[in-house]
Design a protein around this ligand. Sequence first.
Ligand code: NAP
Length: 244
Amino acid sequence: MQGTVVVTGGSRGIGAAVVRALAARGVRTCFTYSTHREAADVVAAQAADLGTEAVPVQADVSVEGEVRRLFTQAQQLGPITGLVNNAGITGRQSAFVDLEVERVRRVLDVNVVGAFLCAREAVRRMAATGGGTIVNVSSRAAVLGGAGEYVDYAASKAAVDAMTVGLAREVAAHGIRVAGVRPGLIRTDIHASAGEPERVERLKGTVPMGRGGEADEVAEAVVWLLSDAASYVTGTTLDVSGGR
Ligand code: NAP
């Protein structure tokens, strides 16, 4: 993998693991954070310890001007050959009947509009430079539905899955692959943000493999999809969920 890979939401959780996994393979990244500047600095330092540049950029992926600025900055590091659409939010766990419209709009804005904006900016550049790979971080919730917790989040990830299929078919002739991963229950801060820090512990018995997953285990799948080893893989999404 040559060039620069843009990773959204690289300051914590799965995105941070992707930045580190790419750095370990000598792949330069430009990654976003939303508000956690100190966490982003730690990830950049971890990549530097691995001998690879990882540049943090503050950007809200749902804001078009900020996404344009992100890609302008990323391209200054070198041609953009990869995008990992990872930034995502769930909102607080909620029954469907209690969902507030502002929260639903925010979830769709970050998870769907944000992924679309980043993919569009990436495709514009990759098409001009001979190709690249986009990996969308979806969720098993897209299939399971998020009942009683966040049906809006599940629906946002189903939208991302549809984008993976459609965009892959649209840009294949430009040498651009588009694929996705659907993580299951992964140990990150996202569950605390949703209001239940121990969610993985509560639900791990529903996982055939009997445990939650680690961010590094998702990152390895993302890195494979980005790599030339996956050169004939496009328009598909890989479950990384211990069988759940
Ligand atoms: P996390 O630990 O909560 O980290 C979220 C990351 O996204 C942080 O780097 C955060 O930046 C960034 N971010 C949030 N909103 C943003 C915005 N509007 N613009 C730019 N960046 C933003 O989450 P995670 O568990 O690693 O999840 C990463 C992805 O995996 C998400 O798409 C999530 O839906 C998906 N996923 C996670 C699980 C799981 O069990 N953990 C399961 C399935 C799918 P700050 O650090 O600045 O806040």
